[in-house]
Ligand binder design. Structure first.
Ligand SMILES: Cc1cc2nc3c(=O)[nH]c(=O)nc-3n(C[C@H](O)[C@H](O)[C@H](O)COP(=O)(O)OP(=O)(O)OC[C@H]3O[C@@H](n4cnc5c(N)ncnc54)[C@H](O)[C@@H]3O)c2cc1C
Length: 379
């Protein structure tokens, strides 16, 4: 375990509270673009305060400590109503994969800028015909004299409209080679030939985008890992994505649950079975989250991240469903009791995607069966 400035998590939380008392989080703007810039600035402030990069190489802007301390920072920020960092894909997903597979020059080039929010990253893996079966993807990176030219289409690329860089998984080999023919490339989103089209959701927001890539030139050192070795880098990116979600989701849901209950009359006016189950499942989620943190800290989470992600996503959906059921089966006049109804509805709607992003629950079941339990591969 790496040394850290804090004796224990309580000391870390107290220090963050003290810091927050003199560093006010922004009042977020209604416009998504303005809000994003406020959040970028807030991440910068957090980084300058020393609250990001726990366990990252210190020579590239990281700080001593372990992942679980970073998770404790995110949890405490959520508890205090302060936004967590907006560059979460870089911090939690792509960054750790770069640390594992990138060269020293790539660490120098990218890591510091991830922490400071100078570079916001997105992840260009999924395609219209390749989600769960990622190894069948068709975006091509063709080798040229001094780099690669990328052509193809990506979809569901979260936050690409605000991103600076995209981690693109593309085919440098043949279609028949499947995962052995893939490479992992860094592509600036403002490159000539990149078109980002936001997908408008039912709630009017646009988390996702389509990416159209038309002969986008990137240099040779855009490859992370080796040419044709992109699958390994993609798998560790997904491991970190799944583990990061499992570690951080408990805090967000616990805060939502507190908000849900905040302005209600006595709990006896709520359906008690639903209330009880929600509380039990939140406690279970706390234990799952802590266990995922320990596994990550021990440096051997690997395919077990699929297990933590699967359990977390199912608990998230169940807790949100209990909250929604409480709004349906209680005599409370929700219009006169704060934000409880909105919190329940929003948590429920958000939770539906939990069993899809970062690998669907069915696909994770296959990963767990094969790579954690050692069962024969499904035909
Ligand atoms: C909130 C959110 C954010 C996302 N962000 C990103 C992002 O930033 N970048 C990115 O690249 N992608 C992103 N995605 C896409 C995500 O990775 C895919 O949606 C996911 O991998 C599933 O692929 P698909 O949607 O094509 O579904 P499909 O693969 O078509 O699956 C459809 C159904 O078939 C089932 N199925 C498929 N194969 C099997 C199998 N072998 N065994 C059993 N069942 C199977 C699936 O479980 C699912 O129920 C995001 C998705 C969501 C919901």
């Amino acid at each position: 375990m790496t040394s850290t400035a804090f004796r224990d998590r309580d000391e870390l939380r107290a220090a963050l509270d003290t810091w927050l008392s003199s560093h006010r989080p922004p009042d977020l703007d209604h416009s998504p673009v303005a809000r994003f810039e406020q959040l970028r600035q807030w991440q910068r402030t957090l980084n300058e305060g020393g609250w990001l990069g726990f366990g990252w190489p210190e020579e590239f802007g990281g700080r001593a400590g372990v992942w679980a301390e970073q998770a404790a920072v995110y949890a405490q920020l959520a508890l205090r109503g302060a936004p967590t960092p907006v560059g979460i894909i870089g911090l939690q997903t792509v960054g750790p994969a770069l640390i594992e597979h990138g060269t020293r020059d790539q660490h120098e080039k990218y890591l510091r800028r991830i922490l400071s929010a100078d570079d916001i990253w997105c992840q260009g893996f999924s395609e219209p015909g390749a989600g769960s079966d990622l190894a069948s993807l068709r975006t091509v990176a063709k080798k040229t004299g001094d780099g690669y030219v990328i052509t193809g289409q990506k979809v569901w690329t979260s936050w690409a409209q605000y991103a600076d860089l995209c981690a693109v998984l593309a085919r440098t080999g043949t279609q028949d080679e499947r995962h052995r023919g893939l490479s992992y490339l860094v592509m600036p989103i403002t490159s000539v030939g990149v078109e980002v089209r936001p997908i408008e959701q039912l709630n009017g927001e646009s988390e996702f985008n389509e990416l159209f890539l038309d002969s986008v030139a990137v240099p040779t050192d855009a490859i992370i890992g080796t040419e044709g070795g992109g699958w390994r880098v993609a798998l560790s990116t997904l491991d970190f994505e799944r583990a990061g979600y499992a570690i951080s989701r408990h805090a967000d849901l616990a805060v939502a649950f507190d908000d849900f209950l905040a302005d209600l009359p006595a709990p006896s006016s709520l359906p008690l079975a639903e209330l009880g189950w929600a509380a039990i499942e939140l406690e279970t989620l706390r234990a799952v989250s802590a266990s995922a943190g320990e596994a990550l800290e021990a440096g051997n989470i690997g395919a077990r991240s699929a297990y933590y992600k699967m359990v977390t996503s199912q608990l998230e959906q169940s807790i949100a469903a209990h909250m929604l059921a409480m709004t349906e089966y209680s005599p409370i006049d929700w219009a006169t009791h704060g934000d409880g109804l909105a919190v329940a509805q929003n948590s429920y709607a958000t939770s539906r995607s939990a069993t899809i992003h970062g690998g669907t629950v069915q696909v994770l079941g296959g990963v767990i069966a094969e790579h954690v339990l050692g069962l024969p591969r499904a035909r």
